[in-house]
Design a protein around this ligand. Structure first.
Ligand code: NAP
Length: 293
């Protein structure tokens, strides 16, 4: 399948924090864009720029050459792909189906198998880089699927991201994203603990960040989320509830592989505590609230 600007129709489902910006890049990149979201209001800005609305995943898929999804949870992925009015029911053979949601590797494999039987070309392609990466088109994209399909889709991926890597067959994009979330889990605790420690020690945490962000402890979270914490900005970003969903998948996968992951489990229990206190719809930087604001 060859992409052609002005001819290829891209259908995009899921216009939240991430999907809205990602779909916008595709429209600005010169492709015809069809959009669908559970809450239509979130798509109005894109419709004003020339995107066309589809009433459900079925209608989106039947008019699209490439379908991209960026919904919330694995159950949402299952619903938009495999539901009665879902993508698999609506798409024409030859359609490329790209799920960019962070979802379970097992579900990616299941969808890939069903898709292959029906003559679709599936790719799992979750991302990292946050709301900022989505807005700026600088996401890391970790893909799983057929190499030829991946290469054919590169011009679309390049509109949304910078570091775009095929990791292997179906499900390997999602496994790579789990490795990313495992690294992030301990890192988020480290960021919050470093800030809390700096305050207790009577230091100016902003000045501390100037020293430690560029050194061996540097990370995306330290550079981007620690300043939000210091500014009292706990808006998502990346929802606490979605991070909990990711860590649950990563714990299930690591247990399935008989691997212990104590850092991941500790972060998971901290984030569960945070959600139980009513912060599940805030950004992941709200973890700092457990350390005393
Ligand atoms: P979000 O703001 O909640 O966006 C998800 C969107 O999908 C919402 O607009 C939602 O509709 C729509 N949706 C969910 N289920 C649907 C369904 N069954 N049918 C139709 N539409 C549905 O979340 P987000 O922050 O963009 O994250 C999206 C995915 O990317 C998640 O899997 C997340 O873990 C992952 N991710 C997020 C980040 C980040 O920094 N935000 C970074 C990397 C990966 P409504 O508008 O009705 O809620």
């Amino acid at each position: 399948m060859k992409l052609e600007k002005g001819k290829t129709v891209v259908g995009f489902a899921g216009l939240g924090v991430m999907g809205y910006s990602m779909a916008g890049h595709i429209l600005n990149g010169g492709y015809d864009l069809l959009v669908y979201n559970r809450t239509k209001e979130k798509g109005l800005g894109l419709l004003a720029q020339g995107a066309v609305w589809a009433d459900d995943p079925f209608s989106l898929a039947e008019k699209s050459d490439v379908v991209i999804t960026m919904v919330g949870y694995p159950k949402d992925v299952e619903e938009v792909y495999l539901g009665a009015r879902g993508i698999v029911a609506g798409a024409r053979p030859g359609t490329v189906l790209i799920d960019m949601t962070t979802s379970s590797p097992g579900l990616a494999v299941k969808i890939a198998e069903i898709a292959a039987e029906k003559g679709f070309f599936p790719i799992d392609a979750p991302v990292s880089g946050g709301d900022k990466g989505a807005r700026e088109g600088t996401l890391s994209i970790m893909a799983g699927g057929d190499a030829g399909v991946f290469e054919a889709m590169l011009p679309l991926f390049e509109l949304m991201g910078k570091n775009i890597v095929l990791q292997g067959g179906p499900g390997s994009g999602q496994h790579t994203k789990m490795a990313n979330q495992i690294a992030l889990a301990s890192n988020m605790m480290g960021v919050c603990e470093a800030l809390a420690y700096s305050k207790k020690a009577g230091l100016d945490p902003e000045t501390v960040l100037r020293s430690i962000s560029g050194g061996a402890a540097g990370s995306w979270s330290l550079s981007n989320l620690a300043p939000r914490i210091l500014a009292g900005d706990f808006a998502p970003g990346f929802f606490v509830k979605h991070f909990i969903k990711d860590m649950k998948i990563a714990i299930e996968e690591s247990e399935r592989m008989n691997m212990d992951a104590p850092g991941l489990k500790q972060a998971f229990s901290k984030y569960e505590e945070l959600a139980a206190k009513g912060h599940e719809n805030e950004g992941t930087q709200a973890l700092f609230k457990l350390y005393g604001e």
